[in-house]
Structure formats: C-alpha cells, structure tokens
Design a protein. Structure first.
Length: 225
C-alpha cells in the first residue's frame, strides 16, 4: 500500500514517515506543491494521499484538484484549521476526509483504513482491475487506460460507470439509474441529462454507435455487457 504525504513541517513529516512505514505502508513524501505535482506526474501507483493545506509555494487544494482531474484515489487533508470553512473547502475540492492537527497517529491510521475500506465497498466489485472492451479500469486508483492512453472521466461519468459495472449483465431502467446516481452523489440528474452522460461515457470508452459495451434496451434502459 503506497501513500504520498505532502507536508512542509519536517518534524511532522518525519514522524508520519516512520509511523506509516511501521504499519507496512510504502511512503513517498513531498514538502511543496511543485514537488508533489512532480511525483504525481511521474505516475507511481498511489493508494491514498495525505495533504497539508498550507505549503510554501501554494496549498493542498491545488494538489487535490490536480489529482481529481485524473483519478478518484482517496485524499485525506491534514489541516491546522479545525474550522467549518476549511473543512467545507477541502471536501468541495474532492477530499474524502480531513483530520485537524495535532492528531494522534492511531486516529489517522484508523481514518486512512476506513477511507480505503469504504472506497472498495462503494465500488461493490471484487478485484481491482477490470476490462471493458479495450479499457483497463483500475478500481483502486479510479484510472482508466485504453491502449496505454489514459481516459479521463468526469466525476459523474465515473459514478455512472461504477453503477454499470456493479450491475454488469443486468438491465437497468432509466429510473433505477437516476435513483442510484441520486443516492450516491446527491446530484440532480434528469432523464435528458442521463442520455447525455451515457453518450459521453460510450464515446470515451470507445463504444460503437450500436452500443456494444453499453447496450440500449428499448423502452427500458441500459445494460453493460
């Protein structure tokens, strides 16, 4: 299990590196935004990110946005500000959780394990790598590749893909899909918008006009083969 820590306080960083290594984590570390982005750009498989908010050349929110453009890998913020504004901003940027400094290492470890466990449970699919057509889907990182080229999905497209994967081979009515999207995201999606999302998802997955990956079941809904 690999973790990337972005923290500019050397004492905290050293302590985290030691504690996480003792727990069996492979630890990567950065103390600036630029260093973190360089590590992320080199594309090592990261299982979870720990991001400080305030950094010498920017903030953790910038790193969070960059991660979310490419994957759904879990993100936990380390913040010195236990206030509502900082918490809401972290979550709005796509973070999964946050913990206020000073924190107990056992609490941090418990939160990390809970996030990783929840991420796998939400996918609801055994295994971490799935094949859909020419696409290789890594459920742990949320990254998708087709012929070594990465396919970038929006958050809503990715949630829709997970719904189809979770019910693969099963015909879902449009109403069922809309309800599942609402339950998972709390976002309002209407019937017309759903058609647009399905069309975009098909195009990004390299599906044909006939819908060989996501088949239209006339008068009912859709089925992922």
């Amino acid at each position: 299990m690999r973790v990337l820590i972005v923290e500019d306080d050397s004492i905290i960083l050293d302590g985290l590196q030691f504690a996480l290594a003792q727990e069996g984590y492979e630890v990567l570390a950065a103390s600036t935004v630029s260093e973190a982005l360089r590590l992320i750009g080199s594309r090592p498989e990261i299982d979870i990110y720990l991001l400080d908010v305030m950094l010498p050349d920017g903030d953790g929110y910038q790193i969070c946005r960059e991660i979310r453009q490419k994957s759904q890998t879990p993100i936990l913020f380390l913040t010195a500000c236990d206030d509502e504004v900082s918490t809401v901003r972290a979550l709005e940027q796509g973070a999964d959780d946050y913990i206020a400094k000073p924190f107990r290492i056992r609490e941090l470890l418990a939160r990390m394990k809970a996030i990783l466990r929840r991420t796998k449970q939400e996918a609801g699919i055994p295994g971490e790598l799935l094949t859909v057509g020419k696409n290789q889907i890594n459920l742990q990182t949320g990254r998708i590749f087709a012929d070594k080229e990465e396919i970038i999905l929006t958050a809503m497209e990715y949630r829709l893909l997970l719904i189809f994967l979770r019910h693969r081979g099963q015909t879902l009515s449009r109403g069922q899909i809309l309800q599942l999207i609402w339950d998972e995201a709390g976002d309002y999606v209407n019937d017309n918008t759903l058609s647009v999302y399905v069309k975009r998802l098909r195009r990004k997955l390299g599906d044909t006009a006939e819908g060989t990956l996501i088949r239209t079941v006339r008068g009912i809904g859709y089925c992922m083969e």
